[in-house]
Design a binder for this molecule. Sequence first.
Ligand code: ADP
Ligand code: ZN
Ligand code: ZN
Length: 726
Amino acid sequence: MALNTPLRHLFDYRPPDGRDPAALVPGLRVEVPFGRRTLVGMLIECAAGSSLPAARLRAARAVLDTEPVLDATTFGLVRWAADYYHHPLGEAFAAALPAALRAGRPLIARETRFRLVPGGPEALAAAKRLGPRQRELAAVLLAHESLGAAELELLGAGVGEVVKAFLARGWIASFEVEPPAVAAPAGRPASGPVLTGAQAVAVREIGASLGGFAPYLLHGVTGSGKTEVYLRVIEQVLARGEQALVLVPEIGLTPQAVARFSSRFPVPLAVLHSGLADGERLAMWRAARSGAAPLVIGTRSAIFVPLARPGIVIVDEEHDSSYKQQEGFRYSARDLAVVRAQRHGIPVVLGSATPSLETLQQARSGRYRRVDLPQRTGSAGVPTMRIVDLRAHEDRHGIATPSMLAIRRHLGDGGQVLLYLNRRGFAPTLFCPGCGWAAPCSDCDARLTVHLRTHRLVCHHCGASQPVPFACPRCGAELRPVGQGTERIEDALDELFAGVPVVRIDRDTVHGRGEFETALERVHSGEARILVGTQMLTKGHDFPDVTLVVVLNADQGLFGTDFRASERLAQSIVQVAGRAGRATRPGEVLIQSACPEHPLLTQLLAAGYDGFAEVALAERAAAHWPPFSRLAVLRAEAASREQALAFLAAARDAAPAAERGPVRLLGPAPAAMERRAARYRAQLLLESADRAPLQRLLALWLPRVAQLPAARRVRWAIDVDPLEVA
Ligand code: ADP
Ligand code: ZN
Ligand code: ZN
């Protein structure tokens, strides 16, 4: 049995009393006693015996399913992923299953409903001395066909007693219903545009490989019509009676995106994301599993959803970091998509305007087939890009004069303007000119960000917050906010362009999906003229009337400590630039920087993302970074620096040189931000030219690491193929 515990081994149980072990197959959920608790585990295999003495072998309580909840391929994928990412199998299965199944709820959750029996209305009418609660329930029953738990809840606590009383008097009866199926959209499906030549080639190529494993990189500049290619390929998949699984980044899964898919196909669509209630999620998951939903769209964890008739996996914006789970079970849904497609024997399409260097390298080496959409659809050309030298121009609150003039010009021509700054709040630092105090976070190696709207200093790393002080707590001098955040840009715009409606989109203004929709609506309707926002604006949204994009501070990404910092910056710039001039108006992009000669920027401007990628790949090759090497990071955090480092040193020593082979162990070293949330963080980096020796070493070594006495004094985790090593 695999149990949802951090322990890295399986657990043995006797079959529940009276169950024939021959009828038990892997993939069934089984309820078992664990200490004094009862856990829901996943049956991995039935063995003839156990190494546990018979007296200690406990019997499982109950088998919850009549058939495996996961099909053999999905089951195999989870096992493979747990092995590859060296994560406890029980936790991996827990991550793969909807919460309702994890909690032991039935796969097919029937709902109990209540309705009046024939003659019930008359009996109620004749009944004397009904209490107020009873009269209320009677009225609701008379007005409705039947009532379920959700409706009954609205009648307030204690309604259960009243229902029981009605049942006892024979006025109402209960019955069970299947949960509602995922419905197909109403209305006639829309037809698509005539494909461009490049789109037609892409659709033909990918379509021709249906029915067999084939990995594709679909590299299309923003606005080149990648989504249209997905739609046409999905059309073929559905025509074959198969299912399509489409993965999208967390933020990209807006109702608009879903609407675009559902308007084209008259089939039930299962949508899986973190915002669903448990019951909803289970219903969607079941529709994917049974095949009732031929089209399944979801975020990261949807990579584990079982499919009855898999036909294709599509990963949109494959470079997006949200595909990598950053805590717990640290898997990459993008990478698992390729593994999964291979196991099913179906194509997988990784689409992006700014592919990750890993994926580009796979295409260069011929392992992935590359399909390009080099041009935008429609008449909009490629936007012109220019650098605004921050050293040469005055700036007002972070907006340099040439940028300000350009904003004025575009607004005057009726265009919308987008300002991108990946920093929320008012200012990243509150500084004392008297003594140099700079509002540090007491728990992190970081400064507190000034948020003027809420009048608080907030740590963006641990979440700690406090009121903004009136004067320097050390010397009493007046404090000065230094640097720009989106709030401050919003204020500057109010000052520079009084009366022009501005919409700010960042995590402070936009909390849920609904608020994001509202903000986008203000942009799409044309009511808002200027958009200011963070990373959220770079992801997958078209703003057809935006004609000018200003990247306010490119330098944040130029000097990042992580080996992926420049890749991320190039992706952000190209993605945000791609939002501009998508309709018929030409776009213009201004990139503000204090180091305009930086080779990354010049290369990006001169040769586009592909040109940048060539240079960046050459740098990675020279430095033996991925994709030219394989990494794993052993991370530790503890109450003191010494504990974290001591654990990692002990871990390093637990890998004798003879076992390391070609794997290099680097460190331990403190993390770039050593202290976060009052914990000291450090890491040990493992690097190898090839995957196999690294995997071999990890498999041998990690069980030993888990047993180290020093491991008890730290929180540790292994991250295979980490996104960051800073
Ligand atoms: P991408 O996903 O590559 O950013 P989209 O698929 O969103 O691009 O397409 C950008 C815009 O172009 C959309 O409004 C889409 O409806 C439109 N479009 C896509 N393909 C065509 C085509 N062949 N002819 C005309 N318009 C198209
Ligand atoms: Zn001071
Ligand atoms: Zn902090």
